[in-house]
Design a protein around this ligand. Sequence first.
Ligand SMILES: NC(=O)c1ccc[n+]([C@@H]2O[C@H](COP(=O)([O-])OP(=O)(O)OC[C@H]3O[C@@H](n4cnc5c(N)ncnc54)[C@H](O)[C@@H]3O)[C@@H](O)[C@H]2O)c1
Length: 363
Amino acid sequence: MGVFSTAGGTEPTGHEQVVFCSDQQSGLRAIIAIYSTALGPALGGTRFYPYANEEDAIHDVLELSRGMAYKNAMAGLDLGGGKAVIWGDPDRDKSEPLLRAYGRFVESLGGRYYTACDVGTYVQDMDMVARETRFVTGRSEAHGGAGDSSVLTAYGVFQGMRAAAEHRWGSPSLAGRRVGIAGLGKVGKHLTRHLLSDGAQVVATDVSQRAFEWARETYPQVDLVDDVTALITSDIDVYAPCALGGALNDDTVPVLRATVVAGAANNQLAHPGVEKLLDERGVLYAPDYVINSGGVIQVADEIEGFNFERAKLRAGKIYDTTRQILLLAQEEGVPPAVAADRMADRRMAEVGRLRTIRLRHER
Ligand SMILES: NC(=O)c1ccc[n+]([C@@H]2O[C@H](COP(=O)([O-])OP(=O)(O)OC[C@H]3O[C@@H](n4cnc5c(N)ncnc54)[C@H](O)[C@@H]3O)[C@@H](O)[C@H]2O)c1
């Protein structure tokens, strides 16, 4: 695989810029990928992960940065899409010099890329990175940061689910509906609260006993089942994947009882074509990157100086965006995932084109 083509192919990946960053003394090996700056500086988190090899790291950063461009475009942000990976074991390799070296590389891009947290990086890491660069979000509240992004992620997922319910049943209320949540983590817990206060019945599962204990103590009215298979084959109206990616695949889609899927997990469709399987089975799928964008909306707000109410207002718009996508999908006879990609492409092209209107200071 080369940087200018996809794995094994000759098609260009479409990325604007891919930067390899190395600092031997601290052990930093990072790759920053900028997919698009059509809408503004590229925003996306830093994944710290022990990839098996360099090729896997490149593949991941190229895929993730493209995903961020679509997510940010549909979130209505004036931000493009980018992502970074640090190749290493976060438990073993993370250090002050490594994070600060990384911060200097982010700074060297002059604001073309803003970083944030992702798998393996946390708010305190972003506080450290911020000692070397201005172009960082997702810092701790003590440092003017937005704090835990799962708060608005869950709120946005709930809004997306309401829009899907409206499209399917004619009312945005989840009252009386049975919603199955797979994964009672940071997002799943907040989502449970929103659903119960709307009058929904919640059935949930997790692989962690602590999550079960939390549910028994906090919300005894939640039904708990052993695993995801038991959840998706039970009598639920809505399935909310809130754990790992690939939840919708050749094994799960055929046995799904829910007729709406709306959850927080990234990359829910295991491979291209699953969106068609869902459509054929009459399952309405609210595209993951559209309805889980509350978190990026929360951290993006930090760039202006964090204001929770402003960020919440923006995350609330996920309801309207999801409705528009579901209507477009219906009109154009395509699955909602395809309609979402089309809308994002259109916004990047239309708003991006405005940059061709030359300003006085541009020569
Ligand atoms: N936190 C955010 O702001 C945010 C934003 C966008 C997308 N997401 C995505 O949403 C999902 C949940 O994020 P989170 O922050 O709540 O993560 P988390 O790690 O806090 O929670 C995930 C939960 O899923 C459980 N889990 C793992 N494997 C499982 C399985 N096979 N079956 C059932 N449960 C399982 C874990 O035990 C954990 O309780 C992830 O896919 C994440 O990428 C999160």
